[in-house]
Write a protein that binds this ligand. Structure first.
Ligand SMILES: C[S@@+](CC[C@H](N)C(=O)[O-])C[C@H]1O[C@@H](n2cnc3c(N)ncnc32)[C@H](O)[C@@H]1O
Length: 266
């Protein structure tokens, strides 16, 4: 039997043009594509017509497929000799549980290859006209999960983070926004610090709301996942650099289950 292989591939943040050349090459040669809710469905058309397409994201109203079940799917197809593309939103190793899948595959001895993707952490701010660093305003940035901001023992040390870097990018933080801004201000960030919340970034449905740590919560009640938060002086540059807003046709859903609150979980 020919041996299969699993390619852990980043699909980019939503705009299909942001998938890498290597990723697209592999997708076009795949026998099986196993994909998540953050993958733009348009990309699935790139796989050969006969390729199996398996959705393992969270279905509306149900629980996510357990990580061990996803691992099993990948392993089983690879053991049958298939070329399996495991397609994940953004970059597989940025809050994508790609590390866990990679470990599970490595434990079985199955051949693996990693193809990084353009992470929403950098691409979504860029499409909103926000450079994460800028010679005059920011020489450091951090990317953190906001998912656990309400837990007393959050895995993110908000007290240290608040003033440790100039720009903070928070993924999976929309529902935790009130706790996040409270933590940042309690630990030394000025209340007037600019904040951007960007929904469905890099797609024609991108929506950006700008405020400060004090008023952003009130302004973003209607936003839905997937959304990303940027905190820092660089956010002000969007006034001048917001090149993408309103450039695409409206009315299309760009993610397999974008309205699903599960998009806020890793
Ligand atoms: C589980 S994480 C996966 C991140 C992904 N691996 C990456 O590198 O972009 C999902 C979170 O990423 C952010 N995200 C991903 N795509 C986004 C997009 N197009 N617009 C806004 N936020 C996005 C949101 O914060 C969402 O809750």
């Amino acid at each position: 039997m020919t041996s299969g292989k699993v390619f852990l591939v980043g699909a980019g943040p939503g705009d299909p043009g942001l998938m890498t050349v290597r990723g697209l090459q592999l997708l076009r040669a795949a026998d099986v594509v196993v994909y998540d809710y953050l993958v733009n469905p348009v990309l699935l058309d790139e796989a050969p017509p006969q390729a199996q397409r398996i959705f393992v994201g969270k279905q509306a109203g149900t629980h996510s497929i357990a990580q061990c079940e996803i691992n099993e799917v990948l392993i089983n197809y690879a053991l049958q000799g298939y070329q399996v593309v495991r397609l994940k939103g953004g970059d597989p190793f940025v809050f994508g549980r790609g590390g866990e899948e990679a470990e599970a595959l490595a434990n079985t001895g199955i051949a693996i290859e990693f193809v990084p993707g353009v992470s929403s952490a950098v691409a979504v701010p860029a499409y909103a006209g926000i450079p994460l660093t800028h010679r005059n305003y920011a020489s450091s940035f951090a990317v953190v999960t906001g998912h656990e901001a309400i837990k007393s023992k959050s895995s993110v040390d908000w007290a240290k983070l608040a003033t440790a870097v100039d720009t903070v990018v928070i993924l999976m933080g929309l529902h935790q926004l009130p706790s996040i801004v409270a933590q940042l201000m309690a630990h030394g960030r000025a209340p007037g610090t600019p904040v951007a919340v960007i929904e469905q970034g890099t797609t024609p449905r991108q929506k950006t709301v700008i405020g400060t740590l004090t008023d952003i919560v009130g302004k973003t009640a209607a936003l839905k996942a997937p959304a990303l938060i940027v905190v820092g002086t660089v956010v002000s540059l969007t006034d001048k650099l917001d090149w993408f807003a309103g450039t695409g046709p409206a009315g299309t859903t760009y993610f397999s289950s974008a309205e699903d609150a599960g998009a806020e979980r890793s």
